[in-house]
Design a binder for this molecule. Structure first.
Ligand SMILES: Cc1cc2nc3c(=O)[nH]c(=O)nc-3n(C[C@H](O)[C@H](O)[C@H](O)COP(=O)(O)OP(=O)(O)OC[C@H]3O[C@@H](n4cnc5c(N)ncnc54)[C@H](O)[C@@H]3O)c2cc1C
Length: 383
């Protein structure tokens, strides 16, 4: 059963890479989901294992320890991760997001200092934007990084931070000029080991994605050298975020479409095995029509996603396009996951059935990476 066509951006090189990614995800991710969910985080060593086989920082230049690939490599790995039913490993944030802030805005010294450690798994990376009182309204963050001699002194609290429990490198979004709005925002790197005043809070209890260490982080007079500022000048943080968020949103799109396709496939299989009233569940017109609709939504979503990936590979995906693909794919995934779960009956509500994890995992897609309401706000500005 092929719901979608082969993505136009795939190549033979990427097919070969997929075999490696597939083998790793099936061996290292798939069997550990329940254990990681109970622990509320993955094994720390997974990062090192992934680094050893070259799966971290795939699209970072080789001279900094990365894979020298493109966004397409990140996308293939993410597809395989979603296919393996993984919802715990925060590599999209680590490799797909944080490493690109360092590569994009870091000085030569910063790149040489941090990127090889991110590529090997020696450091786990996180980005801390959201605060208890501010998420969508990023210009109004309260965290401060005030210059004192050759240091920044950071004070504030962050929440919902992916990789928060394991991160050794955190890009903190902070106000270097609290009197300003967007123009007062800077990105400052905190290396957490030995950082006095840095504290991790709880790993938060979530509705889904239980194996992911989404955490609170606290900064009380944390001192970092001014050389940890990304971008060479204060006040560039907001622009840097706006430039990088399209890639983050596209990554969310990749996961969403893959999860959607997997949901339809597992539901087709299940409804052909299960019987009621002396026939396959699949035989009822309602089941067939529902799955026909879902398959169509997958195909349409994937066609748009592929178009956006191609644009991104050419460096042409704009903020509006990324907002469109993010809201669309996460919204469709929520609907498809819900329809598919319904066709599993009571088993769909049991956490041991993968469809239930697709459903709970789907819900957050409409919230993180910028809520879907904010996506529509962004799109509407261009109309
Ligand atoms: C599992 C998970 C992982 C996350 N990982 C990270 C991470 O690694 N790093 C990080 O910094 N953050 C992370 N987040 C935070 C996430 O990005 C925020 O939750 C999100 O941006 C929304 O912010 P908020 O929760 O403060 O909601 P709010 O901003 O308070 O929004 C509440 C509601 O108001 C709506 N709203 C707000 N403003 C407008 C507007 N202008 N127009 C219309 N509606 C509006 C929103 O759409 C939403 O429906 C994560 C969140 C979760 C749940």
């Amino acid at each position: 059963m092929a719901i979608t066509q082969r993505s136009s951006w795939l190549t033979e090189d990427l097919d070969a890479f997929r075999e490696l990614a597939h083998a790793f995800c099936q061996k290292e991710l798939a069997p550990n989901q329940e254990r990681w969910a109970a622990a509320k985080q993955i094994d720390r060593e997974l990062w090192n294992k992934a680094g050893e086989v070259g799966l971290l920082c795939l699209s970072i230049p080789e001279e900094y320890g990365g894979g020298g690939g493109t966004f397409a490599h990140e996308a293939v790995l993410l597809e395989e991760q979603a296919r393996a039913g993984d919802e715990a490993w925060g590599n999209a944030v680590h490799s797909g997001i944080v490493a690109h802030y360092v590569a994009g805005y870091g000085t030569e010294e910063q790149k040489r200092r941090w990127l090889p450690k991110l590529a090997s798994g020696e450091l786990v990376a996180a980005i801390a934007m959201t605060e208890p009182s501010t998420g969508s309204d990023l210009q109004n963050i309260k965290t401060r990084a005030i210059r004192d001699g050759d240091d920044y002194v950071i004070n504030g609290a962050k929440t919902f931070i992916t990789n928060g429990a394991q991160a050794g490198l955190v890009i903190v979004v902070a106000k270097t000029d609290p009197g300003e709005q967007a123009k007062g925002v800077s990105l400052i790197v905190v290396e957490t080991e030995g950082a006095e005043g840095f504290r991790r809070g709880r790993v938060l209890d979530k509705v889904g994605m239980h194996g992911q260490d989404t955490s609170e982080l606290f900064f009380d007079d944390v001192r970092v050298p001014v050389s940890n500022l990304l971008g060479g000048a204060e006040g560039l943080g907001f622009v840097q975020l706006m430039q990088q968020l399209p890639q983050e949103r596209l990554l969310i799109g990749v996961t969403s479409v893959t999860a959607m396709e997997a949901a339809v496939e597992m539901t087709v299989r299940y409804t052909k095995e299960r019987t009621a009233f002396g026939r396959e569940i699949f035989g009822f017109q309602n089941t067939k029509f529902t799955l026909a609709e879902c398959a169509t939504e997958v195909a349409v979503s994937k066609a748009f996603l592929d178009q956006c990936i191609e644009r991104h590979l050419r460096g042409e995906l704009d903020v509006t396009g990324a907002a469109m693909v993010k809201w669309w794919t996460t919204d469709r995934l929520s609907r498809v996951a819900d329809e598919c779960l319904q066709l599993f009956g009571g088993y769909g509500y049991m956490s041991e059935y993968p469809i239930s994890r697709v459903w709970t995992g789907a819900r957050v897609g409409r919230i993180f990476g910028g809520t879907n309401e904010i996506m529509k706000e962004i799109i509407s500005r261009t109309l």
